[in-house]
Design a protein around this ligand. Structure first.
Ligand code: ADP
Ligand code: MG
Ligand code: ZN
Length: 484
């Protein structure tokens, strides 16, 4: 039986991060009272005139520039006709040919292998409203209409069918989200419906050039859903082919609860949208200077930031990748660094503490670094206390717990609990002498040439000092005392 290759192309809708909608001045705020954010334009009143939001246009162009797209200067809009129960005017205004951005790309890396994925286009369109389905008396159904989302600006990004596994798709979406949130052009949260993804899946025998019949999967609203839906669909298609069946081009829905895709409509029902030019939005051309100006406004993007972190702060690839995995994490790190007494000394330990200790805590409490109970400033102080020898690294971990649970500043915990490290040599000498007397066996072993035996005596000193003795100093003093 032939081995199959999975082929995936994505259609990603991202809500453009502007204060107002794309063709009117209504707010885009999430979670407002139903229909609070509406006006004559977005409720489709006859004769109402759409006016293009310049900021939305800028957001798409910035996104295109960040992803190596060619920006097309002509800007035209069309009506996509359809019976939309959630769009009373029964058409959607969408950008027509050419799209604002053509031929972009995004590099991903899966299991150490780098791959450049070609992106066909990005264009602008408006969102639809939302229907809320209810069951009333005697099980008679009815639906409520909320137009808050109607006419909110979306950018639709379409990739080439070049992704070949659920992992590659996951990486692609993660990278895309990272870049777009760095730009601030969309918040990309799948939970709030600000990023939605239709996944086209087909399979073909390995080595075959022609594509197989594709299925479009809709209704996926989480990153794990995307992965599971692709894996399920590739397996289902393989089973159909291997049992001698034929695949049909169709749209299927992902049922997250059951973990299966179900047929929604076949290609025979495909719609002719009867696109025609939108008469209320005249075509126009973007000027070169407008696009150039947007180029200069692009922030530092994840890749460049990672490079700079590696160079300037001598971080490992792992730490630099982790710290630049979100704009907020990178900002937290640099804020902490700017609050450190000695930037050079703090760079590595700070990176470590953020990528291990802090990230574990934040993951466990399911919160974002921007809501961290430990401020960047306090984390910087904690590292300072370790570096100047006030506390040991081990004690720092218990202080960290208190800082996280109670939002205490580190110096407060150190003082309240009397955790200051003992670096007074005379005190350490005394503790070492006691420990030597109490460890005749280890002393004998050490004198017989087994140097490692000193470890047991160090341990005893640390125990006696309740972890507060400066370990380097203890080592030094013990060796001095044990030398013949
Ligand atoms: P439509 O307008 O009908 O949705 P497009 O040609 O715009 O069709 O393609 C939509 C998406 O389907 C794109 O992301 C593309 O990469 C993907 N696609 C096209 N052919 C295949 C295929 N054989 N297998 C998987 N994905 C495909
Ligand atoms: Mg499509
Ligand atoms: Zn409006």
């Amino acid at each position: 039986m032939a081995d199959y290759e999975t082929v995936v192309g994505l259609e990603v809708h991202m809500q453009i991060n502007t204060k107002s909608k794309v063709f009117c001045e209504c707010s885009t705020q999430f979670g407002a009272e139903p229909n609070a954010n509406t006006c004559v334009v977005c409720t489709s009143q006859p004769g109402a005139i759409p006016i293009l939001n310049k900021k939305a246009l800028e957001a798409i162009i910035k996104t295109g520039l960040a992803l190596d797209f060619t920006i097309n200067k002509q800007c035209t809009f069309a009506r996509k006709q359809y019976f939309y129960p959630d769009v009373p005017k029964n058409y959607q205004i969408t950008q027509s040919e050419p799209p604002l951005c053509s031929k972009g790309k995004l590099a991903i890396s899966v299991e150490g292998k780098e791959k450049v994925v070609n992106i066909t286009r990005i264009h602008l369109e408006e969102d639809a409203g939302k229907l809320v389905h209810k069951i009333g008396n005697k099980k008679l159904g009815y639906s409520l209409l909320d137009l808050n989302r109607a006419s909110v600006g979306l950018m639709e990004l379409v990739t080439e069918p070049e992704l070949n596994s659920p992992e590659e798709v996951f990486e692609f979406l993660t990278e895309l989200k990272n870049i777009v949130t760095y730009l601030g052009t969309s918040e990309c949260s799948m939970e709030e419906g600000k990023m939605r993804c239709d996944v086209n899946v087909s399979i073909r025998p390995v080595g075959q050039k022609e594509f197989g019949t594709r299925v479009e999967i809709k209704n996926i609203n989480s990153m794990t859903g995307v992965k599971e839906a692709i894996a399920y669909e590739a397996k289902r298609q393989k089973e159909v082919l291997e049992s001698g069946g034929k695949l049909v081009q169709e749209t299927r829905l992902w049922e997250a609860q059951e973990g299966v895709t179900k047929s929604m409509r076949s290609k025979e029902d495909a719609l002719d949208y009867r696109y025609f030019p939108e008469p209320d939005l005249v075509p126009f051309n973007l000027s070169d200077s407008f696009v150039k100006e947007l180029c200069t406004q692009l922030p530092e993007l994840p890749k460049a930031k990672k490079q700079r972190f590696t160079n300037d702060y001598s971080l490992s690839d792992y730490d630099a990748t982790y710290l630049t995995s979100s704009r907020e994490t990178a900002a937290f790190y640099e804020e902490a660094l700017n609050n450190s007494k000695d930037k050079k000394m703090s760079a590595k330990p700070l990176a470590n503490w953020i990528s291990t200790e802090l990230s574990a805590k934040l993951n466990a409490s399911k919160i974002d670094i921007s809501q961290s109970p430990i401020s960047s400033k306090n984390l910087a102080k904690l590292i300072d206390l370790i570096l100047n020898g006030t506390i040991s690294g081990k004690i720092a971990k218990t202080i960290f717990e208190d800082m996280y649970e109670k939002s205490f500043a580190p110096e407060v915990v150190v003082k309240e609990k009397g955790l200051t490290q003992i670096s007074d040599e005379s005190k350490i000498i005394k503790l070492c002498q006691e420990a030597i007397v109490e460890s005749p066996k280890a002393v004998a072993e050490f004198k017989a040439g087994k140097e490692r035996a000193v470890g047991a005596i160090v341990g005893l000193v640390m125990k006696k000092s309740r972890g507060k003795a400066n370990p380097q100093l203890v080592n030094k003093v013990l060796l001095e005392q044990l030398k013949p």
